[in-house]
Design a protein around this ligand. Structure first.
Ligand SMILES: Cc1cc2nc3c(=O)[nH]c(=O)nc-3n(C[C@H](O)[C@H](O)[C@H](O)COP(=O)(O)OP(=O)(O)OC[C@H]3O[C@@H](n4cnc5c(N)ncnc54)[C@H](O)[C@@H]3O)c2cc1C
Length: 491
């Protein structure tokens, strides 16, 4: 089939009946829920972008194997040029959502492509697992499906491994093997956009201990598989707030969910890994499923950071405070952050790495450096927005107020910005900023930048341990040599 249209995606959502819970209610039809429907509309636009003559060449390519047009997120990079091709697709999607939808379909499609490219790793443990992941990749690519994923165990007692938790099946694990497949029970989080996806893929972070075998699993299923319960977090808007008042929150709310598996059957052809602690612990380092999708995250993160910096600058300009030195210094800092990430992204692509099998990956050190800086840079952009907007952020009237004939004159007079900025324009800018820096919606976006791919604190420590903690201090030793020999000769 190749690339889907937005309409085909919406029809697929309509055709499914996943078990979704939202605020204590079982959702009968995802598209009847304003807050879920909004996400469907935005995702549908991304699918349509693939057919837009302006973007088609940038986002898609002809698949050599099928002759069908597919998204560049399914491209197995073999060269620098392939990385750039893929980046252009990421860029188009990120710009269409201002970088605010982290789990657009391209994210997991890259994960899957990376698993496909490295199927030989799984094959080593079990030839069937390798074959399953290859078939699954082709199925998702050729039908252009949208995946969610859940890799984290619920936050119960983090000091204990999965098999040591009070209840054996708090963490998702295998109950039994049957002729048809595995029966699994327990929970995983945090499956962003789960209610509006086609499929879910489960895999795991490293860290399994002996005894955790039943939890060392990876598999995929249709999102409406019987026994799979999707419990959404409290929504951060009701999906009905006017676009004028919440220009971002009313469009880009990505619902997150806990997935509960109630003795769900995983057919054998959908099992990618099972009962193998070693394979589960090596899955991340050996299959590129951190490094390849970090390319998408870096591109998307760059767009989001740039957007936040521009909102802060536009806000400062609208009330003339960018005339002050400290404001200029803060905005300068934000735009330097943007340029730092842009430079690192280019470095990651330019200094790419090639695996023995010929797969090309953006440079891991540069990507991890982006990952390390974003949890500081993005929250700082939000803080600067709060500092520069000050009390005005809390004082915006609504679009309905502007429609009142009685109020309009007051609003136009007292909300007017610097010369050339009308009251409506100034309020619109402040509302945009408030969605990012004040609303619960914006707080989630911030938390996303910290945690979307694991704990940034441990990730930085791992970076130090892998890259630098090798007992080699050549320059320091050289400097010590000179100092020591001088001291000795002075004696
Ligand atoms: C908005 C958002 C969207 C997300 N979307 C998805 C998604 O679509 N799919 C998905 O699978 N995941 C998703 N995630 C989850 C993400 O992968 C996790 O949040 C992340 O891995 C951190 O795990 P945790 O939240 O369980 O925190 P924890 O691991 O419980 O950490 C909590 C705190 O305890 C500390 N800590 C915990 N354990 C240790 C330890 N062993 N050593 C030292 N310190 C420790 C951490 O440093 C941290 O400060 C999302 C997260 C967010 C915030």
């Amino acid at each position: 089939m190749g690339i889907r249209t937005g309409e085909q995606y919406i029809n697929a959502v309509k055709s499914r009946k996943p078990e979704v819970w939202l605020e204590g209610r079982k959702v009968e039809n995802v598209l009847d829920e304003p807050v879920l429907k909004q996400a469907v509309i935005e995702i549908a636009k991304l699918y349509d972008l693939q057919h837009d003559p302006e973007y088609k060449e940038q986002i898609t390519h002809i698949c050599e194997e099928t002759g069908e047009r597919v998204n560049n997120a399914f491209l197995e990079p073999r060269s620098y040029e392939d990385l750039i091709k893929r980046r252009k697709a990421f860029e188009a999607y990120a710009k269409a959502t201002f970088g605010l939808m982290g789990r657009s379909p391209d994210f997991l499609n890259v994960v899957l492509t990376s698993l496909y490219s490295n199927a030989h790793f799984l094959e080593k443990y079990n030839p069937q697992w390798g074959e399953n992941i290859r078939d699954y990749y082709k199925y998702i690519r050729d039908n252009d499906l949208f995946l969610t994923h859940a890799i984290v165990n619920p936050q119960n007692d983090r000091r204990k491994s999965s098999h040591e938790q009070k209840d054996m099946f708090t963490h998702l694990g295998v109950v039994e093997e049957t002729v048809e497949g595995l029966i699994v029970r327990g929970a995983k989080f945090l499956a962003t956009l789960a209610p509006v996806t086609d499929e879910v893929i489960i895999y795991t972070f490293p860290g399994f201990q002996p005894g955790d075998e039943r939890y060392a699993i990876s598999f995929a299923l249709p999102i409406d598989t019987p026994g799979l319960r999707i419990i959404c977090r409290e929504s951060m808007q009701d999906g009905k707030r006017p676009l004028f008042d919440h220009p971002l929150a009313s469009r880009f709310e990505e619902i997150d969910a806990l997935l509960v598996f109630k003795d769900v059957l995983i057919p054998w052809d959908r099992v990618f890994l099972y009962n193998n602690v070693e394979a589960a612990n090596l899955l991340y380092p050996k299959t590129g499923i951190a490094q390849q999708p970090s390319h998408q995250s870096a591109v998307r993160g760059l767009v989001k950071l740039q957007f936040a910096a521009e909102v802060a600058a536009r806000l400062a300009d609208s009330i003339g405070v960018d005339a002050y030195l400290h404001v200029q210094e803060k905005l300068g800092e934000l735009f330097q952050s943007v340029e730092t990430i842009r430079a690192l992204l280019h470095a990651a692509e330019y200094e790419y790495e090639t695996t023995p099998e010929g797969e090309v990956m953006p440079n891991g050190v540069a990507l991890e450096t982006i990952r390390g800086h974003m949890p500081n840079m993005y929250p700082r952009a939000i803080e600067v927005m709060q500092i520069l907007g000050a009390g005005g952020l809390l004082l915006s009237p609504t679009g309905a107020d502007f429609e009142s004939e009685e109020l309009r004159e007051d609003l136009d007079r007292y909300y007017v910005g610097r010369e050339g900025i009308s009251g409506v324009e100034r309020v619109s800018i402040f509302k945009l900023a408030w969605d990012l820096c004040g609303e619960a919606f914006g707080q989630r976006l911030l938390q996303y930048e910290r945690y979307y791919t694991g704990d940034p604190i441990r990730k930085k420590a791992i970076f130090y341990n892998n890259i630098k903690r090798n007992g080699k201090f050549d320059m320091v030793d050289e400097a010590l040599k000179v100092g020591q020999s001088k001291e000795l000769s002075n004696k």
